[in-house]
Design a binder for this molecule. Sequence first.
Ligand code: URA
Length: 219
Amino acid sequence: MGKAVPLVEEPTEAGEGYDATPYLPARGGLAALRRAAADCRGCPLFRDATQTVFGAGSDSARTVFVGEQPGDQEDRQGEPFVGPAGRLLRKAMNEGGLDERQAYFTNAVKHFKFTVAARGKRRIHKAPSLREMTACRPWLNAELAQLDPEVIVVLGATAAKTLLGSSFRVTKERGTPIESERGLVVATVHPSSVLRSDDRAEAYAGLVSDLRVVAGLLE
Ligand code: URA
């Protein structure tokens, strides 16, 4: 078992001015949160995105998977992890012994941030800033409070930064359960980094191996 790491809870100064808090509903469960998030204007990312992509999955999920932000297809369809990275993640979960019906999928940031290629209309993913991540954090906090999962699976550096702080290194600490006040957290690579990897088979095997650790925690 790894060492206890406090989850980052307080907005930092870097997040000043951007904040989703005023958009959160005073009461209600996940459905109320999802409805309210559709109108979030807590940071400027809503302007260019098609829609808010809130978390989705089982209301009684044992695991919550936290990614970075919706991608192009997620932005169009309004659902997290429905594009190539999501397909790869589900395949790896299956091989790692995790049932996707007992999982909930969400992102650190709920709007797609992108630039448009100089020629053509292709929308290219752009990493969210610390301000945007901090502004969006109340939604993730509220989802985790509602779901109270047994294990939170952090996918890649952005989600790790949001939940575990900027000094956390996924490459060093991946696949090791970490105790936090929200329960156990396991960090692993983002599935899109597997898709981009020079050695995709090796990167994929690493992801599956980390997910087997998660499956072991649920036994
Ligand atoms: N990448 C993410 O981090 N989240 C998604 O929902 C899709 C791709």
